[in-house]
Design a protein. Structure first.
Ligand SMILES: [Zn+2]
Length: 133
């Protein structure tokens, strides 16, 4: 995936200035936060989850569900806000999810979610900012 395909691009030092070290590791180096480590996992208020890299709205609270995995989980994104690639790291074939606007890594999507989509977007909470309504 090339960075110049995205509407928002930043030099590496700009990413490091904008993001915390943990956010940088997840969003720019495809890291994964420790399950249960992010308070947004427990967030139940109405509102919107935005990309910590570019502020694009990614998920609405009504699209969130409790997957029991320890990561914030959603059955659907805001339309057009995320894109996917095939991730073959760690000997697994997974579908990687990133922000469609800045390309930052968010998490993975799995085909074992609830209706109506049957999808489970398993997202690193540090990649998100939450704005209550
Ligand atoms: Zn973004």
């Amino acid at each position: 995936m090339k960075d110049d395909q995205f509407a928002v691009t930043r030099a590496d030092e700009e990413w490091r200035a904008r993001l915390t070290p943990e956010q940088y590791a997840v969003m720019r180096e495809h890291g994964t936060e420790r399950p249960g480590s992010c308070a947004l996992n427990e967030e139940k208020r109405a509102g919107v989850f935005t990309c910590a890299g570019c502020d694009q709205p990614l998920f609405a609270s009504r699209q969130k569900f409790d997957s029991g995995t320890g990561w914030p989980s959603f059955f659907d994104p805001v339309e057009g806000s995320v894109a996917t690639t095939v991730d073959r790291s760690y000997g697994m074939v997974r579908t990687e999810v990133h922000c469609s606007r800045c390309g930052s890594h968010l998490g993975h999507v799995f085909p074992d979610g609830p209706p109506p989509t049957g999808l489970r977007y398993c997202i690193n909470g540090v990649a998100l900012n939450f704005f209550p309504e």
